[in-house]
Design a binder for this molecule. Sequence first.
Ligand SMILES: Cc1ncc(COP(=O)(O)O)c(C=O)c1O
Length: 372
Amino acid sequence: MDVLSRAHALEAAGRHVVHMEIGEPDFTAPPAVVEAGVRALRDGRTAYTATLGLPALREAIAAHYAARFRVTVAPERIAITAGASGALLLAAALYVDPGDEILVPDPGYPGYRHCVRAFEGIARALPVTAAAGFQPTLDMVRAAWGPRTKGLLLGSPSNPTGTVIAPGELRRIAGFIADRGGVLLADEIYQGLVYGVQPSSALGLPGAVVALNSFSKYFCMTGWRLGWIVLPEQAVRGLEKLAQHLFICAPTAAQHAAVAAFLPGTLAVLEERRREFERRRDFLVPALERAGIAVPARPSGAFYVYADCSALCDDSKRFALELLEREAVAATPGIDFGANGTRRSMRFAYTRSLGELEEAAQRLARFCAARR
Ligand SMILES: Cc1ncc(COP(=O)(O)O)c(C=O)c1O
């Protein structure tokens, strides 16, 4: 937040800031989605929907799982939410009782621990390592699992590291959790935004698996506030009651619009954008390395590079603020994502055009050269 507000102040004073702190696509919703949303508004289709969401949207999501991920998900198990944030909150409300422990990766998305704590649970940090691609391993989960542990909440691809968990490892972890009667909460918000690996889902793995997802990232619809959650069948009624009381339903016009997100033409637009993110990643990783900023685990998803700045600085917040003051490049200090090695790490988002990234790379090279 410090970086963002200072970046805005610099811009107000006339400086050209390259924004690499922003965790949202620089693309807007695809045209067919916008059209469908406008039509819904014009036609007055804006009343509350059913709490679990528009049937047509739940069916479209189920069909998407079948077509792209070869997993069968009954539409009845899908609930539409206000973003993955709404899905996370509902999942925590459903599964976390006071004193329950949920394992969360460190570094990881800060919202995970806040959602667990909101329901008086304990978010137990799982220190993930670069050697293991900044993703949990079965050994880590086994070592951390205690009598009060209820589940594991992980993101793949991960924010902030952009890394993807190996499907075999996730399967083994799911089996371990299932044997203990726990729940695997898989945040798949960056699903589809992968490069050089197959997009996958935790759905279909053994045991109680809950998948959280969103229209924010792959579908470029952040401000439409729309996401979804896929639950084990027996959990749906409980979630429906909670959602009814907490949210009533997700935004109606956004739901009508999102049905068009799965049209073949829209998916083609999104695929071209995915390739553009891949080109940016392929530019940025070597550019950072040339500047002297190490990338200990090559990202294969999302739009983040998690870099090790320890050769230049041992305080990521200071690094971020100095980089911003001297070169007007805004990036996120690792400490925003936990306590495990985060003082020497920075997250660079490639949610800006290649031209902007080239400018950032030059500024970063100059900044790093001056510090050596
Ligand atoms: C890993 C992760 N999960 C969940 C969210 C919440 O996103 P939204 O509520 O827009 O779907 C974000 C947002 O940046 C995220 O990075």
